[in-house]
Design a protein around this ligand. Structure first.
Ligand SMILES: [Zn+2]
Length: 498
């Protein structure tokens, strides 16, 4: 009955008892998980925001734990894989038209990420209606806009036809078209001024450098738009109705001063070398970063994803014990806790861009993100379930393994309701396993669902159900044990869906 979970070679060589991994699974207890999670999601880690002091403290804690277990550093540089993160910060944005200054958010705004540094003199502007180019319209047909500033209106007529899957009325699509025509910069007349939300002075964190040829794009109120053209609002609308539109004299200056901050974060990796299949890998992941602090509030992230991180550490401890007793797995196991997840899966993206171990030799990624709580909407036995996502997407092997391991050892309710790629929650795309899946590595994602404390300062250790969490972590451990010891790597026999 337990055949799938027991490596045949091990039974032959060592005459091991049938419940062999059971011995090591006993290390995964509610108490041991609570002890670690209390540190990881404790106040001194300050919510572990990527690139913050709290994140770096958490990284050191994880590193020293791996070291204490006797695991090898997971990268050539040590246990921590450092990676650069960029973040744009807006110092000032000034718009003057006909010598009159306008205020940010009151009369104009811009996207920090695509904003271009510098001072721009605008002496003439081409009014180009809605700036739509699709199979029905071409608002630039009669216009020469190369090297010129253009003014377009947001939205457009309902006759616009989607091209290459993009909505031609979206500002993004319009900017792309204008860029292809070689315009110098774009003003978009937009409704909703003064804006209800104040522009952030800091943009999103991102990997790598921004594109080298960005285009100034400034959204402006209708007041600013008619000043730019020297028209009153009524004349402006008339002009737009009566295409061709053409060139207008203008007198505007636009200054933007933005700084790109270079920040640093890290993934923490440890390696447990395998035996006869040590050049193949099973990688077990979680993200140790969370949302940090906002004012006085600490976002503890005990469930998200202190729980998964604690799980990875506890599984590492179980495998390290097995190794110390001469029972190393056949494949190597990589334990990796990543950062940058809450900023857009950045740490796992960096890893899969620059993998420490070949992705082609990485049999599977088991990703644990939120396993310490109960989804209040769960209909079955809420003390004995886990959501399983992704185990049927790239390989026909994984679902079989998950189900048989569960049947043999745990008998949990494995709920795959969020497994559908079309599910509105899109969980398959929302944690670090996705970067592995995107690169063809079969994945299993373990998840408890959300709850009212999700992404709130109230996601704290006292609300964790450690008994339930230990069952879920054991499921990952048994699955890893099976996948690290079976004869073949996980087959990649289902076409990749992006
Ligand atoms: Zn989160």
């Amino acid at each position: 009955m337990l055949i799938t979970a027991i490596p045949a070679f091990a039974q032959k060589q060592k005459g091991l008892p049938i419940d062999f991994p059971n011995k090591y699974a006993q290390i995964i207890t509610a108490g041991s998980l609570k002890e670690k999670l209390s540190v990881i999601a404790g106040p001194e880690m300050e919510g572990r925001e990527t690139a913050s002091a709290g994140q770096k403290r958490a990284a050191l804690y994880i590193e020293s734990f791996f070291q204490k277990l006797g695991l090898l550093p997971g990268t050539t540089g040590g246990y921590q894989m450092q990676f650069p993160i960029y973040q744009d910060s807006l110092v000032e944005a000034i718009l003057k038209v006909n010598a009159r200054p306008y205020k940010l958010d009151e009369s104009f705004y811009l996207n920090i990420a695509s904003a271009v540094n510098g001072t721009f003199e605008v002496k003439e502007i081409v009014l180009a209606s809605y700036g739509i180019v699709d199979s029905v319209h071409n608002d630039y047909k009669e216009l020469d806009v190369k090297g010129k500033w253009v003014l377009i209106l947001e939205g457009g007529p309902s006759t616009a036809a989607p091209t290459d899957g993009k909505n031609p009325l979206s500002t993004t699509a319009k900017v792309e078209k204008a860029k292809a025509l070689g315009v110098k910069g774009i003003f978009v007349m937009t409704s909703g001024f003064p804006r209800k939300t104040v522009s952030e002075t800091k943009g999103r964190m991102y990997l790598k450098k921004p594109p080298t040829d960005p285009l100034p794009v400034i959204s402006v109120s209708s007041d600013v738009a008619h000043e730019l053209l020297g028209l009153n609002p009524k004349q402006l609308l008339e002009s737009i109705k009566n295409v061709p539109l053409g060139v207008y004299k203008s007198n505007a200056q636009f200054t933007i001063n933005k700084r790109t901050l270079l920040l640093q974060s890290s993934n923490v990796l440890a390696l447990l070398p395998g035996t006869d299949k040590k050049d193949e890998y099973v990688i077990i992941t979680s993200h140790y970063d969370h949302l940090g602090k906002k004012g006085k509030d600490i976002y503890y992230g005990a469930d998200d994803d202190g729980s998964g991180t604690t799980g990875v550490l506890q599984i590492a401890e179980a495998f390290a014990r097995a190794k110390n007793e001469g029972n190393s797995p056949r494949r190597s196991i990589v334990f990796m806790t990543v950062s940058g997840e809450e900023k857009g899966l950045l740490g796992s993206e960096f890893y899969t861009d620059y993998p420490s171990y070949p992705l082609a030799k990485t049999s599977v990624n088991l990703n644990i993100d939120m396993v310490g709580r109960v989804d209040p909407n769960y209909k079955g036995d809420s003390s004995n379930y886990v959501y399983i996502i992704g185990d049927d997407k790239l390989s026909t092997d994984l679902k079989t393994v998950t189900d048989s391991v569960n049947k043999n050892y745990l008998n949990m309710e494995l709920d795959r309701r969020f497994n559908d790629l079309k599910d509105v929650n899109r969980y398959y795309y929302r944690s670090d396993h996705y970067n592995f899946a995107k690169n063809g590595v079969p994945v299993i994602f373990y998840f408890n669902g959300t709850h009212p404390d999700y992404h709130r300062p109230t996601d704290t250790v006292d609300k964790i159900n450690f008994d339930l969490m230990s069952k879920r972590v054991k499921l990952v451990f048994y699955t890893a044990w099976d996948l690290a010891n079976r004869n073949e790597m996980v087959k990649r026999n289902i076409a990749l869906v992006k």
